[in-house]
Design a binder for this molecule. Sequence first.
Ligand code: FDA
Length: 399
Amino acid sequence: MHYDTLIIGAGAAGMMCAAHAARTGRRVLIIDHAKAPGEKIRISGGGRCNFTNLGAAPENFISANPHFCKSALARYTQWDFLDLVGRHGIAWHEKTLGQLFCDGSAREIIAMLLAEMDRAGAELRLLSAAERIEKATDGFRVALTGTGTKSGEITCRHLVIATGGKSIPKMGATGFAYQVAEQFGHAVTKTRPALVPLTFDPSALAWIKPLAGVAVDGRVRADGPVFEEALLFTHRGLSGPAILQASSYWREGEEITLTIGGSALFETLKAARQTNGRRDAATALAEVIPKRLADHLCSTHGLTERMGDLSDKRLEAFACALSDWRLSPMGSEGYRTAEVTLGGVATDGLDARTMESRHVPDLFFIGEGVDVTGWLGGYNFQWAWSSGWAAGTEIASRH
Ligand code: FDA
């Protein structure tokens, strides 16, 4: 069985690549060991797929080389993907912070990619796992297993590795891209779970657990930018968009800093005391944060009096504690729940314009397996579309 191009992994990046690589009549096969393509697309964004972000820019991505993603993101932008979505008549809306979601279902994005692949003539084969790859004289030889595989071996001229990262192994995630990269002499930067809830030791959990289910707007910072979004207390620790974002910048042993109740909390509390000094502190604080959290914070800080009995000094100390609240996470929930894998195939071994290996001609790495990780908010799919497009377009243009 010979194909011009074999793409391993029918996720977001692989399907985008297949739809473009097959455009000029090349024989393109895309395989996946799962029983359906685009499984992560299907479950993404609560079933509505946050498929891109209006503000997607290189600053929203983490990589050992922050410049690497620039070319692909500039050549296939969020506007290009939005144009494709529009041509397929998929209705969408902006939720918050430039995040675009389907009005209906994430399945529409999968159907769109399948239709694009079909139109270009790319073949899809499911329940087929790539096991082993060897370099042949004029391309690659790939050993396949799985019930969807008629032939145990495929040869191809171009080989695209689109097998994603390690997050959610239950959904078929493997470290295959890193294995192949190392086999062909590529460096792989240290991988770790990212966009993941943070966990705490039993003493911290003792006060976090009673708040499980409480969500509050706040600002969270690890060793990176400040994220101003909701955070959520859980039975295991902290989650919610602000925490997930900060988790990508957090390292074991470091603290995270939270700001709750707004940056002008002292002024807010003084104004509340002036308006009604007979209310207790927790009731006044509950005007700006959820009541359960207000009760909990006031009692742990010993603020049990009425507002009128609290001095400026005590109010200020309390407001300061909430605006510079330091916590030491014990760890994260790991790949089991992480939305993405940070790190991956080192970008210095890849051509930023085409995603082709600098060591092995005709070998390409795209999507999450590469050391480019987006923030929460549609950025990771945009990287999948842009890198998939870059490799697919390059392959289609070759003679
Ligand atoms: P992806 O993981 O999608 O695809 C890789 C494919 O390769 C899989 O289908 C896998 O089965 C296959 N495979 C692996 N090894 C193989 C082998 N040896 N042989 C054959 N096939 C193999 N991002 C975003 O921008 N907006 C969002 O709303 C969300 N939401 C979200 C929710 C959840 C729960 C998760 C886990 C993740 C997200 N993400 C997200 C992240 C996003 O899903 C992710 O970054 C992309 O799917 C990455 O696309 P890839 O194509 O690179 O890998």
